[in-house]
Structure formats: C-alpha cells, structure tokens
Design a protein around this ligand. Sequence first.
Ligand code: ATP
Length: 509
Amino acid sequence: MHQNDTHARLDAVAKTVTTVKEVRAAKKNTLLLHAGDVFSGTLYFNEFYGQADVAFMNLMGVDAFVLGNHEFDLGSSATGHKGLADFLKAAKFPTVAANVDASKDEHIAPLQSRTVSASPTDGRIYDAVIQTIGSEKVGIFGLTTAETANISSPGSIAFENYIEAAKATVKKLQAQGVNKIIALTHIGYDDNASVDNDQQLAKLVAGIDIIVGGHTHTQLDVPVAVAAEHDADDEPTIIVQAYQHNDFLGTLDVSFDAKGVITKHDGQLLPIAERAEDEQAKALLESYQTRVNEIANEPIGVTLANALPNPRLSDPSPESVRANETILGNLITEGMLLKAQSLNPNVVLAFQNGGGIRQPIDAGEVTVGEVISVLPFGNTLAFAQVTGTELYKTFEHALKEVPKESGGFLHVAGGRVTYDASKPAGSRVVSIETLVDGEYELLPNGDETYIVATNAFTAKGGDGFTDLGNVYADGRVQDLGLSDWENFRDYLVREKDRIPTEVRGTLVS
Ligand code: ATP
C-alpha cells in the first residue's frame, strides 16, 4: 500500500485508515509506504507542525517513509528543523533517505544513521531498511529530489546524486542477501529529467524491483513497467504513484520467484472518499479538528465584496500567480512594504515570491485561517542590503523563464520593474525604479547599495536566487523575525480604507 503528497489533508484520514484495514484484512503480507510531502498544505500543519499527521501515520502502521521536499519547509523558521526532528521522534516507523546528508544540521544530524538497518521501529533516518514480510526480506531505500535545495529551506542539509546513491545502496542491500528491493522516492514520475525522476532511476539503476514515488502528484491508475537500459538486468521496474492528499490509497500486489524476480503484478488506486470513517481515527481526528476549525473560522474584521483569486496552476500559464502580479500579491507586498518602511524608511522596494502565495481568499468575511493558508510557510520579514547589480540580477532570475514552474516570479511594491519579455533570458530588465513622493526614481544597475524587503525564504536565496543567497552568506541579510501572515492580517485590518485604488473596490468594510 502506498500514499504520497498527503500535505496535511487530514479531513479524510479516518477513511484512509478504514481502507488500510480493509486491505490488511484481505491480504497477508503487506507493507504500507509513504513517499513524502506530509508537511505543508493545511491548518493542521500550521497548528501542529506534523504532529497530527504522524499520529495518524502511527495509527495506520506505516512501515517506511521518505523525506519529501516540503519536509524541509520549516527550515527558514526561527526554530529551523526542530519541527521535522519532533516529527521523526514521534514516528513509530523509520525514514529512508539514501541521498540526504544532514550531518551539519543540529536537529536532524543526531537522528540520522547512514546505514542499512534491519527492522527498525523508531523514527530515525536510515539510508535503507530491511523489513521481513512473511519469511522474506524486503529492502527499502529512500531518495529525495535535489530540487529541494531551491524549492524548500533545507539550510545545510545536502542532497547527493540520486543515481550514485541508488546504485551504492542497492549493492549494500544485495550484499546482505536481499533480492527484493523497493525505492521509496520523492523525485517525481516525469519531473525534470536533468535533475531527477523515477523513469530515469528505473532505466539507469539495476536491481530495483519497484519504485513507490511521489512529488509530481501523478495519478498512475495502473502501475507502469519501465525497462532498464542495461544488459545485466532485464527485469522491468514497476513504478507506482497515488496522486495526492488523502484521495487514494495505492495498492500493488507482487509475486516474486526464488531469485527475487517479479513473476506477477497488479495494482490499483482505491478511492478513499467512498469509505466509512474508522471510529478510532475519527475520535483522534476530532481532537485536532476542534482547534483547526476555531482558527479557520475566526474573523479578522475585514469583509471582501469579491474574491482575491490566486491561480497557482500546476501547468504554469500566463494567468498563473507564478507569471503575473495579482491583486492578492499586490496586497501582500504593499503590506510588507509599509511594515518595512515603518522600521526603516530607506527601504526602496518590497517583493514576494509568487510560489509563496499558496491560496486564494474567498469573498465575504476574511478569517485567520484564510490568511494563514495564503502565507502558510511561517516566513518572517527580512531586509537585504544589495547593490544595484545584485538587484538587477535578482530580477533577471525572476524573469528568466516566464511562466515558470518554480515560484520565483516576484510580486513588487514600492516601485516598478520594467522588462522586455522578447529579449533573451538574462538581459530582460530595462529598469528598476523606486517610488518617492509619487515620482519614480531610477535605481541604477551598479555598485550603489539599497535596502530591499522580502520574506526570509527569498532573502536567503530560495527559488534559486543565488545572488540573494550570496548576499545572505555575506551577512547582509537581516531577519526581523516578524511573521508574514500576521503582518498581512494587520495590514488588511488597519489599511482597509487606503488599499490601492485598483483593488479598493473589492473591500466593503
Ligand atoms: P506541491 O507543493 O504541490 O507538492 P511542489 O512540491 O513541486 O508541489 P510547489 O507547489 O512548486 O512544490 O512549491 C514550491 C514553491 O513553493 C517554491 O518554488 C517556492 O516558490 C515556494 N516555497 C517553498 N518554501 C517556501 C517558503 N518557506 N517561503 C516561501 N515560498 C516557499
């Protein structure tokens, strides 16, 4: 059984527990695997930092878990990866990560053991584990996408080459007499092949029988068999992935011969919505739901006549928040600018990464829950002292590929950035100006320095902003520790009468 990318969508989890129990009742030798991205997505995460999710994973008896990119989302918060460490400590199942080096992280390093472990039942991180199913040994190793360095906040945690890590770990498992091997991956089914994906893994690494994947939220209604590109192993590798959230429980039945070669396989995605709720799980869920509903429904004191849409399209298009400024993005950056300038009047611009704006806000009364869902990452306000050259390079990066899959398109307040999309990437920015007393003033591309405001994720170089990453490494970023969603809430409440003209019409009180 397998799930992936559940993203704290716990409202249906009691039905998942029922489904898992049904499968266990029908079949003898089972494994339950989670292919990563438990963190981030709903108020269950913002309130309980993964503790609610791990309680259900323990309840349903997960056998192994791989770290997804979102498991590193708390890295830019004040407590760093303590939330992930607490999740791992609470887990009654092992985590597998053969290409993750956390030796430099104070919270995670003590929990990682770069070994192959037989039947661990704690939440430590191993390269691989060997579980005994019936009388047979099954090796399970984990791989996490190298994209994590750009799209989340791993800090000093490094991601090694996944092909090399896979080859080395398969060898170690085989050396221990294991001939049934599962790669539990969070690298995507068909994601950017130049970085990593499951199909490349299947083609390039011999000895893997099954890949249980996540990351691309792919709905593989039936398992896919991929032939290897080498002679040594003519057995195809079976790939499965179960879409997202708590929509499905994936199943894959496999039979092996004495040599560990798959002789038969059959798999499907079982829809969760149709199941009844498991009573024990329902009771556990209620203990979290009460608090989540309280936050979700608490009004902030602003009512919108119209919704503030946020088209975060999975297939980036010109309408996407990742390619255009939106009213919601303008409000967030305006709120950021006013806060920043109240602390330092020399701030010339504020900008927010489009990928960090996660949800729309509906028309009607705005609730605390909605505001947190828009800005869920626990980001704080940061100042960066940048040269004109660094600022222009930052916007060249933001405009490199529009629309783009990453969330690095920047929404701007306090000035304007003029660009020519017909020019080659790297030479698109025409000018960057700051607004002073209603007049635009050029910020020249050169050595002069400016203070800009953004969120801590972007200021530290997230989304591949390497120039900002260098500014951070150089000690020129100041993290003010002020929560982005709280500032946005306060801005909406305080400034509702002086919201910029083009959006004022959406506010009725
Ligand atoms: P999904 O979230 O649907 O599983 P995914 O894992 O590929 O998909 P995206 O939805 O593309 O991730 O989200 C990654 C984007 O989220 C990054 O490119 C970045 O813009 C944004 N992001 C990640 N962490 C933070 C953060 N701490 N602060 C602000 N933005 C962030």
